[in-house]
Design a protein around this ligand. Structure first.
Ligand code: URP
Ligand code: ZN
Ligand code: ZN
Ligand code: ZN
Length: 539
């Protein structure tokens, strides 16, 4: 597998670039099983100038058309990752993957579009948008933006309208955690929800109780727990459940749809399940790390021993040994690499989230790809609060979700398309241009071989980071070809990508989630009284 990619203008020789402007823009994918979220059929797919022109059996074409044989394989829409952080300034540093390296990794893993979070600059959304436009200049695939809201005043409210009406952004994220930096108050969240509703934009929340996390962190430090274990211990599932419940109730009060990002615990998932059962429009997004990992990676196997050794400083040898251990740990980011928020939970939450995904309680899978290398992670060597939060996943998502959900028999192959691509396109209002292999759709397509296999390793992956939280994982299924805009950019384990060739995808407001909101507004007050009525009817 090649770790080289064409990086014209970014330090790689032009000759490694197999992409040329003279390459055919006509493509025929022959003999595969075409997978959409709503059906599967054996058919050829014919593409011209980046658009799917025909999907039917036995398409005949001229000789100038590039042929790809997909016999025995699946042909499906490229993955869409709803949750990434490329070139993000965060916790005193910047993520190691930028819009080129992160996207190259994505393409090698069968993802053809991602939606990244713009962070405002000095509180200004317009300035934040401009900054991210610059960062994204080196893009080599499709991308869109969500916008974070970190403070509130009249100008933010006005800028939200500009984002929606002029910049193609239809979602805003509110952080209920990260006290002292990104965290917002309930008051701001309420104002934000109202504004989102009036603009037809989707409100998203990072749901953890930031004040309680702050307390939890102080407690850990007082107890002398400074390692990454303290990260998990300081922000337990109950704080994720609380914030999820609060956001859901406030969204109900405002009567606007809500999207809960990185659902990591049973506690949060059950709140979403309850709300959806009552008819409320709440979307739950688990991320790959929450679905397939557990917190064992966060703990030193000899955590207790290590802590004891540190306190009994009379045993010189032990101290030396402990320091050596800490040094090795820092070099290889053994535990730090797993630090993200909300934390990766103890075993059991993973399986419950998988079950929720298979039954539709949760609707789509993201990654929260937010990579820091070992050196950056080591900022927190003496204090877990300083470990930059985030894990990789943009390259691994499709393979791990296939292996964990489809190979295990929990979902069907068409469900796979829904949770990795189609539902994301619907929620962010770009379906069926994206998220489908249909006549008229953009030709962002992957050829997936269910009989091949994948293996993940930090030395072979395409991300710039030097560790991988999925290092050593193997499984069935492999993305053999990734096609973006009608061109194969990943084939024979090689990337052929050009920085600057990526497309910004504008996303219009008022997705299907807003259907019927007006009608619900009319009966709004009485719907909030429903529990009272139920109580009196029952007695
Ligand atoms: O640890 C995480 N999740 N880092 C990225 C920022 C966020 O909260 O999504
Ligand atoms: Zn978050
Ligand atoms: Zn450790
Ligand atoms: Zn995130």
């Amino acid at each position: 597998q090649s770790n080289q990619f064409c990086d014209a203008g970014f330090g790689y020789p032009e000759s490694t670039c197999g992409f040329s402007s003279s390459s055919s823009s006509k493509l025929l994918i022959k003999g595969g099983t075409v997978l959409n979220a709503h059906q599967q059929e054996v058919a050829d797919v014919y593409v011209e100038d980046g658009i799917i022109v025909a999907v039917k059996p036995n398409i005949k074409v001229d000789e100038d058309v590039t042929l790809l044989d997909a016999t025995g394989k699946y042909v499906m829409p490229g993955g869409i990752d709803p949750h990434t952080h490329l070139a993000m300034e965060f916790m005193g540093t910047e993520t190691i993957d930028d819009f080129f390296s992160g996207q190259a990794a994505a393409l090698a893993g069968g993802t053809t579009m991602h939606i990244d979070f713009v962070i405002p600059v000095n509180g200004s959304l317009v300035a934040g948008f401009e900054a991210y436009k610059k960062k994204a200049k080196k893009s080599c695939m499709n991308y869109g933006f969500h916008m974070a809201i970190t403070k509130w005043d009249e100008s933010i409210s006005r800028e939200m309208e500009i984002m929606v009406k002029e910049k193609g952004i239809n979602s805003f994220k509110f952080f209920m955690a990260y006290k002292g930096s990104l965290m917002i108050s309930d008051e701001l969240l309420l104002q934000g929800l109202e504004r989102c509703k009036s603009l037809g934009a989707l409100a998203m929340v990072h749901a953890e109780n930031g004040d309680a996390v702050f307390e939890g962190q102080k407690r850990m430090i007082e107890l002398g727990i400074t390692g990454p274990e303290g990260h998990a211990l300081s922000r337990p599932p109950v704080l994720e459940g609380e914030a999820t419940a609060r956001a859901i109730r406030l969204a109900k009060f405002v009567n606007t749809p809500l999207y809960v990002v990185h659902v990591m615990s049973i506690d949060a998932m059950e709140e979403i399940a309850r709300a959806r059962k009552s008819g409320q429009k709440v979307i739950g997004e688990p991320v790959v790390s929450g679905l397939v990992l557990n917190d064992s990676g966060l703990w030193d196997p000899d955590f207790v021993t290590a802590a004891k050794q540190e306190s009994s400083r009379t045993i010189i040898f032990s101290i030396t040994f402990y320091q050596l251990y800490k040094y090795i740990e820092m070099l290889y980011s053994i535990h730090y690499r797993y630090v993200m928020s909300p934390p990766i939970r103890e075993s059991g939450h993973d399986k419950a989230l998988q079950a929720a995904l298979s039954t539709g309680v949760l609707q789509l899978v993201g990654t929260d790809h937010c990579t820091f290398n070992s050196t950056q992670k080591a900022f927190g060597i003496d204090d877990f609060r300083k470990i930059p939060n985030g894990v990789n996943g943009i390259e691994e998502r499709m393979h791990l979700v296939w292996d964990t959900m489809v190979e295990s028999g929990q979902i069907s192959v068409t469900d796979f398309v829904r949770i990795t691509s189609t539902e994301c396109a619907r929620i962010f209002n770009i379906y069926p241009r994206k998220g489908a292999v249909l006549v008229g759709s953009d030709a962002d397509i992957i050829i997936f071989n269910p009989n091949s296999s994948f293996e993940i390793s930090a030395s072979m992956h395409h991300s710039r980071t030097d560790t991988n939280v999925y290092d050593g994982r193997k499984g069935k299924g492999k993305v053999e070809v990734t096609i973006v805009g009608g061109r194969a950019v990943w084939q024979d384990d090689e990337l052929k990508v050009v920085p600057g060739s990526g497309k910004y995808i504008e996303m219009p407001p008022f997705s299907y989630l807003f259907n019927g909101i007006d009608k619900a507004d009319a009966t709004y007050l009485s719907s909030l009284q429903a529990p009272v009525k139920r109580y009196f009817t029952a007695s």
